[in-house]
Design a protein around this ligand. Structure first.
Ligand code: NAD
Length: 290
């Protein structure tokens, strides 16, 4: 396929490289002037999008996505697929899809889980909203860039799935960290805590696959000085998207709200900026009971 790829950052770069490696003709554009092995550099977003079967975007937020969509939709060929893999607000995802559909294009919102490691290894999970025809065209690309894609329904539903997933992740990480800090104070050995919880009803991905305590469980950012991994500020971004969506939909999400407030405090008032999101554990350890 002829693919345009806009946004060649930490995630988009390796995703575009994997598509090129698989034999697709990839033309990329990034305002930072990034170059990626096997990807032809275009002079503008429009040039990357013209005459392409699929145009993929991997951008920082909804406002930038809307601006890029305004540039590329008018030059895309009829019937082509606009495939946004960024994590953005549900409203922007739906607005961009409506604009693309009105121009005779297929549109998919397909945010990912798996981080930079998954993008590099081609093992991402795609949560996809949008029309069936577009999903069928993009499936082949999801199989190259990832190991799983789930069609979640109409436009915006991919973003909905992503923010619900990450709200659960943020909340379970916080409670896992506060439980470790409590266990320390109660004199419970961390290895014992991990061995029990990881095989008991308190288990979760945060405990079992990404344990926030160094030296126990599988290798995780905790074993590397809490260098990200998944940065606390990115978790805060996703939690805020979830709160924004909850407010718009009149959904009651008190634990999501509490998690958002804690990550905001950690990133904006404490020393969480640039730390992995599991660094909530040293934060709780340091605070004790106040
Ligand atoms: P990044 O900042 O590394 O990459 C974004 C890229 O977009 C940058 O290279 C930037 O120069 C480029 N860009 C910005 N405006 C542009 C424009 N108008 N035209 C062309 N290029 C433009 O971010 P990232 O970590 O690659 O994340 C991208 C998206 O994926 C975000 O929405 C993020 O929330 C989501 N995401 C990230 C991770 C992760 O672990 N990094 C995991 C899952 C999802």
């Amino acid at each position: 396929m002829k693919i345009g790829f806009i946004g060649l950052g930490n995630m988009g770069g390796p995703m575009a490289a994997n598509l090129a490696k698989a034999g697709h003709e990839v033309t990329g554009f990034d305002t930072a002037g990034v170059t990626i092995d096997g990807v032809t550099v275009a002079a503008s977003a429009e040039d990357a999008a013209r005459d392409r079967d699929v145009v993929i975007t991997m951008l920082p937020n909804g406002a930038i996505l809307r601006a890029v969509a305004d540039q590329v939709i008018p030059v895309m060929q009829p019937g082509a697929v606009l495939l946004d893999c960024s994590t953005v607000d549900v409203e922007s995802a739906r607005a961009v899809a409506a604009q693309a559909n009105a121009a005779g294009l297929s549109a998919l919102d397909a945010p990912v889980s798996g981080g930079v490691g998954g993008a590099t290894a081609g093992t991402l999970t795609f949560m996809v909203g949008g029309d069936e025809a577009g999903f069928n065209v993009a499936s082949e690309l999801f199989d190259i860039m990832g190991q799983k894609s789930v069609h979640c329904g109409p436009s915006g539903n991919g973003q909905a799935a992503k923010i619900c997933n990450n709200m659960i992740l943020g909340a379970t990480m916080i409670v896992t960290c506060e439980a470790f800090a409590l266990a320390d104070k109660l004199g419970l050995d961390r290895q014992a805590m991990f061995d029990v919880v990881s095989t008991s009803s308190g288990y979760s991905w945060s405990m079992n696959a990404y344990c926030p305590a160094p030296g126990v469980g599988p290798q995780s950012p905790a074993d590397n000085g809490y260098k990200p991994g998944f940065a606390a500020e990115l978790m805060l971004k996703d939690l805020r998207l979830a709160q924004q969506a909850a407010e718009a939909a009149d959904a009651d999400t008190p634990i999501g709200a509490a998690a958002t407030a804690l990550y905001a405090q950690f990133v904006e008032d404490e020393d969480g900026q640039g730390m992995d999101f599991s660094a909530m554990l040293p934060r709780f350890e340091g605070r004790g009971h106040k």
